[in-house]
Design a protein around this ligand. Structure first.
Ligand SMILES: Nc1ncnc2c1ncn2[C@@H]1O[C@H](COP(=O)(O)OP(=O)(O)OP(=O)(O)O)[C@@H](O)[C@H]1O
Ligand SMILES: [Mg+2]
Length: 334
């Protein structure tokens, strides 16, 4: 089981409050991602759950039991960090078995669990190698293996993929998602990468300055961001924001339109502008449209076959049912 509840949990370092009191529920078996900009408190929140930091106030409940005063090793949770922290002189097998040996588990059971973890992670052929003889992705899998053998109630990942190159990251992202589906164990995953959050999570928790801005499924956050911060954070390329006079016809202080929800025409439309930089991805092209008088530049996503050049005059029209409206405080207006 791995149900985790935070009740009015707060954290201060000395005078500095980095997490004001917050509530959060994580269901057993859920894949939850904490996402937000650097310094927003993601790692701190994860460490509070793990017990690596003491809460300043509030309670951490694991499967309904108050775990606030239970030391990290006894919480039944396993943490995987960005730096793999493998023992260089030990084989992969010994690295994976290490927490079990520390716990005094007998050798037969240890071997069984290591073998299982190695199967799940495609590490069977590497069990006798040393960490230095592995690729970055393989090393990260060893670190995950070390967590799996403990058969934890929940896995806690703190930016586990940020040391890997882009292609490997995509591969490991899928592996971790598959692992979650296979094990069905609760996973809490910290990242500042909203693409990781969107592609992996059942539930995303968006944080800013220690405050939960919104909790929801990836598509809920994409479709109905509760405020401008979430609207700007979730989605790539970023949502375009327009305020002032241009937002007035839409009965809002400001509006947001995603690049994929703007129609482009060379003949007519709501907003006129001039093509600036184009980013060709093959399947799609992102055009940065200048001189609209709305914002420094408006990004639009077009089909990769659309042929437009720098300096071309274009007209943009937001899809009416895809416009997000915000009040003066940046809160969503329905
Ligand atoms: N031990 C500490 N003492 C004092 N301040 C700390 C300590 N640990 C973290 N902080 C502060 O708490 C805030 C949240 O830090 P945290 O590491 O949780 O951020 P984060 O969201 O994980 O950022 P990143 O994406 O850069 O890893 C930051 O302002 C940080 O400076
Ligand atoms: Mg962090």
């Amino acid at each position: 089981m791995g149900r985790i509840q935070l009740e009015q949990v707060s954290k201060s370092f000395g005078e500095l409050q980095v997490i004001p009191p917050l509530d959060l529920e994580i269901e057993d078996g859920e894949f939850v991602v904490f996402v937000g900009p650097s310094g927003c408190g993601k790692s701190t929140l994860l460490r509070l759950i793990a017990g690596l930091e003491d809460v300043t106030s509030g309670q951490v409940l694991i499967d309904g039991t108050d775990a606030t005063d239970i030391p990290p090793a006894k919480r039944g949770l396993a943490m995987v960090f960005q730096s793999y922290a493998l023992y260089p002189h030990m084989s992969v097998r010994k690295n994976i078995a290490f927490p079990l040996r520390m716990a005094g588990m007998d050798e037969a059971e240890r071997d069984r669990r290591v073998q299982n973890a190695a199967d799940v992670l495609n590490l069977t052929d590497y069990l006798d190698r040393k960490p230095a003889q592995l690729s970055g992705g393989q090393r990260q899998r060893v670190a995950i293996g070390r967590a799996i053998v403990r058969e934890p109630a929940a896995f806690l990942f703190d930016e586990p993929l940020s040391n890997l190159d882009a292609a490997l990251r995509v591969g490991m992202r899928i592996e971790i998602s598959e692992l979650h589906q296979r094990l069905g164990t609760t996973m809490i995953y910290v990242t500042h990468d909203q693409v990781e959050a969107m592609t992996m999570a059942d539930k995303i928790v968006v944080l800013q300055s220690g405050v939960i801005e919104q909790v929801g499924s990836p598509l809920e956050l994409y479709r109905r961001p509760q405020n401008r911060f979430v609207a700007g954070f979730i989605g790539s390329p970023k949502m375009n924001f327009v305020s002032g006079e241009a937002a007035k016809p839409y009965a809002a202080e400001s509006i947001g339109v995603r690049p994929e929800h703007l129609q482009i025409s060379s003949a007519e439309g709501a907003w006129k502008g001039v093509i600036g930089v184009s980013e060709h991805l093959g399947s799609d092209t992102f055009f940065h449209v200048l001189e609209t008088g709305l914002a420094e530049s408006i990004t639009i996503r077009a089909d990769g076959e659309v042929a437009l050049n720098r300096g071309d005059t274009v007209y943009l029209t937001p899809e009416p049912d895809k416009i997000h409206r915000f009040d003066a405080r940046g809160r969503r207006i329905e």
